[in-house]
Design a protein around this ligand. Sequence first.
Ligand SMILES: *[C@@H]1O[C@H](CO)[C@@H](O)[C@H](O)[C@H]1NC(C)=O
Ligand SMILES: *[C@@H]1O[C@H](CO)[C@@H](O)[C@H](O)[C@H]1NC(C)=O
Ligand SMILES: *[C@@H]1O[C@H](CO)[C@@H](O)[C@H](O)[C@H]1NC(C)=O
Ligand SMILES: *[C@@H]1O[C@H](CO)[C@@H](O)[C@H](O)[C@H]1NC(C)=O
Ligand SMILES: *[C@@H]1O[C@H](CO)[C@@H](O)[C@H](O)[C@H]1NC(C)=O
Ligand SMILES: *[C@@H]1O[C@H](CO)[C@@H](O)[C@H](O)[C@H]1NC(C)=O
Ligand SMILES: *[C@@H]1O[C@H](CO)[C@@H](O)[C@H](O)[C@H]1NC(C)=O
Length: 524
Amino acid sequence: MIHSRFSFLLQFSALLAAAQGKPNNTPLIQWTTCSNDYSSKLPADCGTLLVPLDYTDPASTETYALDLLRIPATVQPAKGSIVFNFGGPGEVGRSTLAADAPVFQALTGGEHDLISFDPRGTYASNMPLTCFDSEFDLQAYANAQVIPDQDDQATLGKLWVRGALDAAACAKKHKKNGTLIGTAFISRDIMRIAEAVDDDGLLRFWGYSYGTTLGATLVSMFPDKVDKIVLDGVQNPHQYYHAFADVEEWAQSDEVFSGIFSSCVAYPDQCALARDNKTAAELEQSVMALIEQFKYHPIGVGQMTLDNSFLYQTIQNSLYSIAAWQNTTKLLDMLSNGGIDESFVLSIASQTHPTNQQSLLGLSSVYIATEAIHCVDRAARAGTYENFVPTMNELYETSKIMGRGDVSLSMACAQWQLEPKERYEGDFQVTPKNPVLLIGNSYDAHTPIRSARNVSAGFEGSVVLEVNGYGHSSLGLPSKCTLATTASYWVNGTLPEPGTVCQVEARPFANITWKDVIENASKN
Ligand SMILES: *[C@@H]1O[C@H](CO)[C@@H](O)[C@H](O)[C@H]1NC(C)=O
Ligand SMILES: *[C@@H]1O[C@H](CO)[C@@H](O)[C@H](O)[C@H]1NC(C)=O
Ligand SMILES: *[C@@H]1O[C@H](CO)[C@@H](O)[C@H](O)[C@H]1NC(C)=O
Ligand SMILES: *[C@@H]1O[C@H](CO)[C@@H](O)[C@H](O)[C@H]1NC(C)=O
Ligand SMILES: *[C@@H]1O[C@H](CO)[C@@H](O)[C@H](O)[C@H]1NC(C)=O
Ligand SMILES: *[C@@H]1O[C@H](CO)[C@@H](O)[C@H](O)[C@H]1NC(C)=O
Ligand SMILES: *[C@@H]1O[C@H](CO)[C@@H](O)[C@H](O)[C@H]1NC(C)=O
């Protein structure tokens, strides 16, 4: 496994402290050296906070151990703490924060302690939703994750049954824990963290992607506790809870897909596919034809069968960030024009497909947590295939590339058996104590900027910052303007003027990273 298990000793001593009742001057969290190696480039420490296992049962004394990682402010004393969530749902927090600690410190102006945790349900939390008992069952689950064409009734029928199997397996294995992992409880966990770490007990939070649904829920449940909150790469939370699928998420995906080819033609020296001398439209057409060809004529590489489903997943993955476009166009060029480099193809494949036992466990544990959290949150359940079909067709029609990627998850959710102990039932219309900053990219294949505007319309005083480029959330688009804007919000509480558009330093195929932009900004 990628993660090592929670340290029993730490949990034991924390439970003991809770049982003995803590004197008023003892902090709720004892920060110590991390027992895991998070390979953080900045100093990091770790701690555990005990929170109620079930917030809806005040009579219960059962606790849940929330493991935290903290990157202390580079400028001390810290102005308070900011909690991070990196999306999914199903993504872990501690290792992601540690891996890019210098970037997050720069983006927040260096004056806050940064904290993350692995939300309930995720594999590195103390409540991992594993759902399957054997490696055989896990392998069957992983093998079933295919991306069918809209007219492929046979495969769609099998995928629907697979969703029912997932729903039944999670209900059987996690009858109790599967009801304790919803976003309302994760929001309450964040509120507990805020109360434990800072004297003012106010919320400072930065959520990416699904982390914006979590953040929107947090703001709506605790509007009086909001100090500063950034929602970045914004989902439509109304759809997340109340629609049969997150259809709006894919509204701009095909524009981003086309952006790969227009950028390829604009920077031909850096894009392998450009050597065909085609126009952007011709390149896109030839890639669509390649995908169709692989449907009937897949190839074997290593122990993998590369088919059209593989190509869809790889392209979907590369729409997260322009940083992936160089490799994706190189792969497409190899598959179109020959000269396949097996180790290169397998290294690309391993990002989305299990290529060995370890990656089977790693990738599957993220997918299952995503399913278990999103599906339990979703109030709308289609129940039958017939009821689901109109939404499925909407997915295919919204985006030829991304819509189909949401079919498998949405089918499982349509048949989910568990209900959360608590679900936020409100309408996301609140006046928070302090204004919220939303960030949306002009072209985001996972969260179109219209969803940021949708959430902003409900949060009195909020502002949407637009970042002009291709990618998912501001993390996908290094920009000195974004850096200055977010740092100024965190340090001084300054919001950008409504209508502000940040230009970016990182154009496609240029290899410019956040590290480059941050180093440059500190020089100038
Ligand atoms: C449910 O979560 C609790 C609290 O973390 C944990 O102790 C228990 O082992 C979990 N049960 C299952 C079946 O995973
Ligand atoms: C593409 O154009 C360049 C420059 O005009 C030319 O040298 C090259 O042969 C062309 N390649 C193809 C595949 O047509
Ligand atoms: C591109 O692929 C190479 C070879 O597998 C890999 O080393 C590199 O990290 C990849 N680049 C990105 C941005 O993923
Ligand atoms: C936000 O999105 C929801 C769901 O799609 C929709 O019902 C609502 O009208 C939207 N609100 C605004 C202000 O656009
Ligand atoms: C915060 O405001 C002060 C005073 O105007 C200014 O000097 C400083 O650069 C600002 N900090 C950031 C990160 O914008
Ligand atoms: C980006 O990196 C790739 C791979 O290292 C290289 O082939 C390409 O020329 C680089 N692009 C630029 C603009 O430096
Ligand atoms: C860094 O700054 C120099 C000088 O202002 C500029 O020419 C260059 O484009 C910048 N690079 C990045 C990555 O921002």
